[in-house]
Ligand binder design. Sequence first.
Ligand code: FES
Length: 304
Amino acid sequence: MSPTTIFVIGIIAAAVLASAGVFVVAARREPSAGPITGDLEEAARRGEAEARRAAEAGGGDTGTVATLVREDEDTAPDAEVVAAPDDLAPAPADAAPPPGPDPLLEREEISRAEYAATRRKFLNRAVLGLFGGAFLGGQALAYLAFLWPKLRGGFGTPINAGTLVDIRREISGEVIVPKFVAAAQAWIVPFDPTQLPGSSFEGLPVVAGGGGGEVGLMALWQRCVHLGCRVPECVPSQGFECPCHGSRYNFHGEYEAGPAPRNLDRFEVDVSETGDLIVNTGAIFQTARAKKKTIPYPQGPSCI
Ligand code: FES
């Protein structure tokens, strides 16, 4: 998956999360159609009870019990109003008939308490959604930054291993002494380009800087192709010998012995305009066990 694809997926995921947060807040801001529930402030409860008493005294039914519905009975004892004692005197026969129902009281209205509670809930949820969205967005960006491939200066990218002149001087002599480039996790070894035809590496861009009497260079991945142990060099035998299970390769990384299923893997190499060896650790080439070896092994005692 390309970096651009990962970035686009991350942006889409963040947008979906933000949209979901906004939708949840917007969907829940509608006031409840039923009775008021939840914790009400003491002043709000008192005001609600007084309003109910006034409504009852103004012509309501004197033989009924008005109850303010609330969530916690213990926290608002004065919200329950009982206005129907048994010994209440009956109304005189010639008293004026009670007024009819007040249309204002018949209308379904939102009390101050419900209004305050609804606004408070909305603000709470808006703040929660805002900070929740910011938190989730931050998490998404952090994961994206963690997964985002390093485009410069790390394994998986082109690594400058040094100048060809210096590397040749370092590794070539009476015996080969491979140069290890830690940033590329690679052993740099010499390779004569005239040996390419008929070898396991024919046609692959794995040799650079050869020709004109100069030896070419090859970059071998230090990782054993059996189970991934780091394979050290063995200068006495002129090969790489894995200490884990005994796989052996010559100094061109060609399979010689042990459980390894193929030659050592190698990287694409090139020469920069300034004469540096560039090891492209993002391009790895695998080759089958070499039938025709390009360098003898062992040339001395083994190291394992
Ligand atoms: S990991 Fe190298 S031989 Fe098994």
